[in-house]
Design a protein around this ligand. Structure first.
Ligand code: SF4
Length: 362
């Protein structure tokens, strides 16, 4: 069990529900653009949002953004300890900083004391690209694996804060390489009790990022490693939040509304399944009443495997020759045309949600 830190109303570690994070990609100095993105992220299921505080203009914008943000915010700081203090004074909920890159111990002490007094936790975020020269050389000479090197580096950074009595720490050790990232987190899991923020860094555009993150983070989470996460994607930020929530949902760790299973189709398929499955996904995501309804929906191509799979779901469709059979709680209700299939499924789910008994056609 890891220690627990409190980021305003969000808990990280100690068995708490795993919060999903993302990061803004607009300049922090642009208050309205920042708030627009924060709201989009919150709508997509993001619990904590990080933003860069890279200059004075960004620090000055913080009070306005913090005052209107629906979720706690994390300031990402590099090099300038004064920006960290300014973010704390502005009411930031958490910092991401590497003590080793903000200068001498007086500066680290100033940040640790200000953060401690304000109850602001600090994430130490070590990336494969930001290792100290001496540690990097050990990796290059084969004395240490990249994963272990990142883990050791992060613990060294944590010691710089511990010297000043600061232990409200979260650690991340992200590489672009999935096995090394996993090794780094396993090392930390064995060697400290700080909560771990897990992620694969610079994971690429949507498809690659989802595969890399699913593989690495899925492995860790199934082993019980990871207290908060970010899925890093070169793409729309809200995709990061959606992907994070879906990953937790698929691992059975956190609900995220309806889960749609659909078959890959084969030679038996006689309906336009892909189109219908995509429409079902869209309809469920955009339905206010259903988007938070935790249920399972199956969209299957045929009535051979279809009913079996569909019966494991709350509501399902199984394709026939130019029609679908609508199922609810394992019972076949009626035939519907491909055009009415999505609406019929949505109505059935709404009825289920309201607790009404499904009407069964004999
Ligand atoms: S459910 Fe039917 S259509 Fe879909 S892959 Fe299986 S056998 Fe093929």
């Amino acid at each position: 069990m890891t220690r627990q830190v409190k980021v305003k109303n969000i808990l990280i570690g100690g068995g708490a529900q795993i919060p999903v994070q993302s990061m803004l990609n607009v300049p922090t100095s642009d208050v309205s653009a920042s708030l627009r993105q924060i709201r989009k992220l919150e709508k997509a299921g993001c619990d904590l949002v990080r933003l860069t505080v890279n200059d004075e203009a960004a620090a000055k914008a913080l009070p306005d953004i913090i005052a209107k943000s629906p979720v706690p915010l994390i300031a990402d700081i590099h090099f300038d300890y004064r920006l960290a203090i300014a973010a704390i004074n502005a009411g930031i909920a958490k910092l991401r900083i590497n003590p080793g890159n903000i200068g001498d111990s007086k500066r680290v002490k100033a940040v640790a004391e200000a953060a401690g007094k304000a109850g602001v936790p600090i994430r130490i975020g070590v990336n494969s690209g930001s290792l100290r020269e001496d540690v990097k050389n050990k990796v290059l000479s084969g004395k240490l694996s990249l994963g272990e090197a990142m883990g050791r580096h992060a613990l060294g950074e944590a010691k710089l804060l511990e010297r000043f009595g600061f232990r409200d720490i979260v650690i991340s050790v992200k590489a672009t390489n999935v096995p090394e990232t996993v090794r780094a987190y396993e090392f930390l899991h064995e060697n400290c009790d700080y909560p771990l923020h897990i992620g694969i860094t610079e994971a690429g555009t949507v498809e690659d990022a989802l595969l890399k993150s699913g593989a690495g983070l899925g492995h860790l989470l199934l082993k019980g490693i990871g207290d908060t996460l970010r899925i890093s994607i070169t793409g729309p930020v809200e995709k990061e939040a959606e992907a994070g929530r879906k990953l937790l949902q698929f691992l059975g760790l956190r609900p995220y509304g309806p889960e749609v299973v659909s078959c890959p189709t084969c030679g038996r398929t006689q309906v336009a399944l892909e189109k219908v499955a995509e429409s079902v996904g869209r309809a469920l995501r955009s339905n206010r009443e259903l988007k938070d309804f935790d249920c399972k929906v199956a969209v299957m191509g045929c009535v051979v495997n279809g009913p079996g799979e569909a019966s494991a779901a709350d509501v399902g469709l199984a394709g026939g020759k130019g029609y679908f059979l609508l199922f609810s709680k394992g019972k076949a209700l009626r035939r519907v045309s491909p055009e009415e299939a999505v609406e019929a499924l949505v109505n059935e789910l709404l009825a289920l949600k309201k607790g009404k008994k499904a009407k069964i056609n004999k």
